[in-house]
Design a protein around this ligand. Structure first.
Ligand code: HQG
Length: 180
Protein backbone atom coordinates (compact mmCIF):
# COMPACT_ATOMS: atom_id res chain seq x y z
CA UNK A 1 0.00 0.00 0.00
CA UNK A 2 1.35 3.40 -0.96
CA UNK A 3 0.00 5.24 2.07
CA UNK A 4 -0.36 3.84 5.55
CA UNK A 5 -4.02 3.37 6.52
CA UNK A 6 -4.16 6.38 8.83
CA UNK A 7 -2.72 8.71 6.18
CA UNK A 8 -5.05 7.27 3.58
CA UNK A 9 -8.02 7.80 5.92
CA UNK A 10 -6.98 11.42 6.47
CA UNK A 11 -6.56 11.93 2.72
CA UNK A 12 -10.03 10.49 2.11
CA UNK A 13 -11.52 12.69 4.85
CA UNK A 14 -9.99 15.71 3.15
CA UNK A 15 -11.28 14.95 -0.34
CA UNK A 16 -14.60 13.27 0.54
CA UNK A 17 -15.67 15.58 3.39
CA UNK A 18 -13.97 18.92 3.13
CA UNK A 19 -11.99 19.91 0.02
CA UNK A 20 -12.71 17.67 -2.98
CA UNK A 21 -11.52 20.48 -5.23
CA UNK A 22 -7.91 20.06 -4.06
CA UNK A 23 -7.67 17.08 -6.45
CA UNK A 24 -10.36 18.27 -8.88
CA UNK A 25 -12.97 15.87 -7.55
CA UNK A 26 -16.68 16.70 -7.62
CA UNK A 27 -19.01 15.01 -5.11
CA UNK A 28 -22.54 14.29 -6.25
CA UNK A 29 -25.48 15.64 -4.24
CA UNK A 30 -25.32 12.70 -1.81
CA UNK A 31 -21.56 12.92 -1.42
CA UNK A 32 -20.64 10.00 -3.70
CA UNK A 33 -17.74 9.86 -6.18
CA UNK A 34 -16.85 7.19 -8.72
CA UNK A 35 -14.01 5.08 -7.33
CA UNK A 36 -12.23 5.06 -10.71
CA UNK A 37 -12.37 8.88 -10.84
CA UNK A 38 -11.06 9.18 -7.26
CA UNK A 39 -8.14 6.83 -8.02
CA UNK A 40 -7.27 8.68 -11.25
CA UNK A 41 -7.42 12.14 -9.68
CA UNK A 42 -5.50 11.09 -6.59
CA UNK A 43 -2.78 9.62 -8.81
CA UNK A 44 -2.61 12.81 -10.89
CA UNK A 45 -2.22 14.77 -7.63
CA UNK A 46 0.62 12.51 -6.50
CA UNK A 47 -1.23 10.13 -4.19
CA UNK A 48 -1.07 6.58 -5.52
CA UNK A 49 -3.87 4.42 -4.17
CA UNK A 50 -5.54 1.29 -5.45
CA UNK A 51 -9.01 -0.12 -5.20
CA UNK A 52 -7.64 -2.69 -2.75
CA UNK A 53 -6.30 0.15 -0.55
CA UNK A 54 -9.75 1.74 -0.49
CA UNK A 55 -11.47 -1.53 0.32
CA UNK A 56 -9.04 -2.15 3.16
CA UNK A 57 -9.62 1.30 4.68
CA UNK A 58 -13.39 0.95 4.36
CA UNK A 59 -13.27 -2.45 6.06
CA UNK A 60 -10.83 -1.58 8.85
CA UNK A 61 -11.39 2.13 9.64
CA UNK A 62 -12.12 2.28 13.36
CA UNK A 63 -15.12 4.55 12.88
CA UNK A 64 -16.26 3.15 9.51
CA UNK A 65 -15.86 6.65 8.09
CA UNK A 66 -16.29 5.63 4.44
CA UNK A 67 -18.93 3.63 2.60
CA UNK A 68 -18.66 1.82 -0.75
CA UNK A 69 -21.95 1.74 -2.67
CA UNK A 70 -23.77 -1.57 -3.12
CA UNK A 71 -22.79 -1.75 -6.79
CA UNK A 72 -19.14 -1.31 -5.80
CA UNK A 73 -18.65 1.66 -8.14
CA UNK A 74 -18.75 4.61 -5.75
CA UNK A 75 -17.46 5.74 -2.36
CA UNK A 76 -18.51 8.47 0.09
CA UNK A 77 -17.83 9.64 3.63
CA UNK A 78 -20.54 8.37 5.99
CA UNK A 79 -20.74 11.71 7.80
CA UNK A 80 -18.63 14.62 8.98
CA UNK A 81 -18.84 16.73 5.81
CA UNK A 82 -18.19 20.44 5.79
CA UNK A 83 -19.17 20.65 2.10
CA UNK A 84 -22.87 20.74 1.44
CA UNK A 85 -24.22 17.23 0.87
CA UNK A 86 -27.63 15.68 1.33
CA UNK A 87 -26.91 12.20 2.66
CA UNK A 88 -30.46 11.10 1.87
CA UNK A 89 -30.97 9.53 5.30
CA UNK A 90 -34.44 8.71 6.58
CA UNK A 91 -35.48 10.30 9.90
CA UNK A 92 -35.35 7.74 12.71
CA UNK A 93 -36.78 7.55 16.20
CA UNK A 94 -33.83 8.15 18.55
CA UNK A 95 -33.05 6.37 21.80
CA UNK A 96 -34.29 8.24 24.88
CA UNK A 97 -30.89 9.77 25.53
CA UNK A 98 -27.92 10.59 23.29
CA UNK A 99 -24.55 12.06 24.26
CA UNK A 100 -22.35 14.80 22.85
CA UNK A 101 -18.69 14.95 23.80
CA UNK A 102 -17.11 18.37 23.85
CA UNK A 103 -14.44 20.38 25.70
CA UNK A 104 -15.18 22.10 28.99
CA UNK A 105 -14.50 25.55 27.49
CA UNK A 106 -17.44 25.10 25.07
CA UNK A 107 -20.04 24.24 27.73
CA UNK A 108 -21.06 27.82 28.44
CA UNK A 109 -21.77 28.80 24.80
CA UNK A 110 -23.41 25.42 24.18
CA UNK A 111 -25.79 25.86 27.12
CA UNK A 112 -26.61 29.37 25.85
CA UNK A 113 -27.02 28.66 22.10
CA UNK A 114 -27.56 24.93 21.98
CA UNK A 115 -25.45 22.48 19.99
CA UNK A 116 -24.64 23.85 16.56
CA UNK A 117 -23.04 21.99 13.64
CA UNK A 118 -20.25 24.58 13.43
CA UNK A 119 -18.21 23.78 10.30
CA UNK A 120 -19.99 20.48 9.67
CA UNK A 121 -23.40 19.82 8.17
CA UNK A 122 -25.02 18.43 11.33
CA UNK A 123 -24.45 17.94 15.05
CA UNK A 124 -22.87 14.58 15.89
CA UNK A 125 -24.25 12.58 18.79
CA UNK A 126 -23.07 9.32 20.35
CA UNK A 127 -25.03 6.36 21.68
CA UNK A 128 -22.83 5.93 24.71
CA UNK A 129 -20.88 8.16 27.07
CA UNK A 130 -17.53 6.44 26.51
CA UNK A 131 -17.59 7.27 22.79
CA UNK A 132 -18.62 10.84 23.58
CA UNK A 133 -15.65 11.25 25.95
CA UNK A 134 -13.31 10.28 23.12
CA UNK A 135 -14.97 12.75 20.73
CA UNK A 136 -14.66 15.51 23.35
CA UNK A 137 -11.01 14.74 24.08
CA UNK A 138 -10.12 15.82 20.52
CA UNK A 139 -10.93 19.40 21.56
CA UNK A 140 -9.47 19.61 25.10
CA UNK A 141 -10.57 18.57 28.58
CA UNK A 142 -13.58 16.38 27.76
CA UNK A 143 -17.08 16.76 29.12
CA UNK A 144 -20.19 14.91 28.06
CA UNK A 145 -23.42 16.81 27.45
CA UNK A 146 -26.60 14.76 27.72
CA UNK A 147 -29.30 15.23 25.06
CA UNK A 148 -32.96 14.52 25.85
CA UNK A 149 -33.54 12.93 22.46
CA UNK A 150 -36.97 11.57 23.39
CA UNK A 151 -38.23 15.07 24.19
CA UNK A 152 -36.74 16.46 20.98
CA UNK A 153 -38.42 13.70 19.02
CA UNK A 154 -41.76 14.49 20.69
CA UNK A 155 -41.21 18.15 19.75
CA UNK A 156 -40.90 17.10 16.10
CA UNK A 157 -37.14 17.57 15.71
CA UNK A 158 -35.57 15.02 13.39
CA UNK A 159 -32.75 12.54 13.93
CA UNK A 160 -30.79 10.51 11.41
CA UNK A 161 -28.29 7.67 11.62
CA UNK A 162 -25.24 7.87 9.34
CA UNK A 163 -24.03 4.77 7.48
CA UNK A 164 -21.57 4.26 10.33
CA UNK A 165 -24.02 4.53 13.24
CA UNK A 166 -23.31 8.14 14.27
CA UNK A 167 -26.56 9.94 15.22
CA UNK A 168 -27.09 13.29 13.50
CA UNK A 169 -29.44 16.20 14.01
CA UNK A 170 -29.50 19.79 12.75
CA UNK A 171 -29.43 21.66 16.07
CA UNK A 172 -30.08 20.84 19.71
CA UNK A 173 -31.81 23.75 21.50
CA UNK A 174 -30.49 24.38 25.03
CA UNK A 175 -33.68 23.22 26.76
CA UNK A 176 -32.89 19.64 25.72
CA UNK A 177 -29.35 19.71 27.12
CA UNK A 178 -27.96 18.91 30.54
CA UNK A 179 -24.43 18.70 31.91
CA UNK A 180 -23.29 16.66 34.93
C1 HQG B 1 -18.68 22.50 19.61
C2 HQG B 1 -15.06 12.98 14.62
C3 HQG B 1 -19.52 26.57 21.01
C4 HQG B 1 -18.88 21.02 19.66
C5 HQG B 1 -15.78 12.65 15.91
C6 HQG B 1 -17.54 20.53 19.16
C7 HQG B 1 -17.23 12.90 15.61
C8 HQG B 1 -20.03 24.53 20.13
C9 HQG B 1 -17.11 21.60 18.18
C10 HQG B 1 -17.19 13.90 14.48
C11 HQG B 1 -21.39 24.90 20.01
C12 HQG B 1 -17.25 21.17 16.73
C13 HQG B 1 -17.72 15.23 14.92
C14 HQG B 1 -21.77 26.19 20.46
C15 HQG B 1 -21.17 22.89 19.28
N1 HQG B 1 -20.80 26.98 20.95
N2 HQG B 1 -19.10 25.35 20.63
N3 HQG B 1 -23.04 26.63 20.39
N4 HQG B 1 -22.07 23.87 19.49
N5 HQG B 1 -19.94 23.28 19.67
O1 HQG B 1 -15.10 18.38 15.24
O2 HQG B 1 -18.88 16.65 17.33
O3 HQG B 1 -12.67 11.32 13.43
O4 HQG B 1 -16.94 19.73 14.11
O5 HQG B 1 -19.17 20.58 20.97
O6 HQG B 1 -15.54 11.34 16.33
O7 HQG B 1 -16.44 17.15 17.93
O8 HQG B 1 -13.66 13.10 12.03
O9 HQG B 1 -17.57 18.13 15.87
O10 HQG B 1 -16.62 20.44 20.20
O11 HQG B 1 -17.93 11.77 15.20
O12 HQG B 1 -14.38 10.73 11.76
O13 HQG B 1 -17.99 22.72 18.40
O14 HQG B 1 -15.83 14.02 14.10
O15 HQG B 1 -15.04 11.90 13.73
O16 HQG B 1 -16.25 20.19 16.48
O17 HQG B 1 -16.97 15.71 16.03
P1 HQG B 1 -16.40 19.12 15.35
P2 HQG B 1 -17.49 16.92 16.91
P3 HQG B 1 -13.86 11.75 12.68
Amino acid sequence: MALDPVRLSKFLSLVLRHQPETIGLVLDAQGWVAIDDLIARAAAAGTALSRADLEQVVATSDKKRFTISEDGQRIRAAQGHSVNVELGLTPREPPAVLYHGTATRFVEPIMAQGLKPQSRQQVHLSLDEATAVNVGRRHGKPVVVQVDAAAMHRAGLKFYVADNGVWLTDHVPPEFLSVP
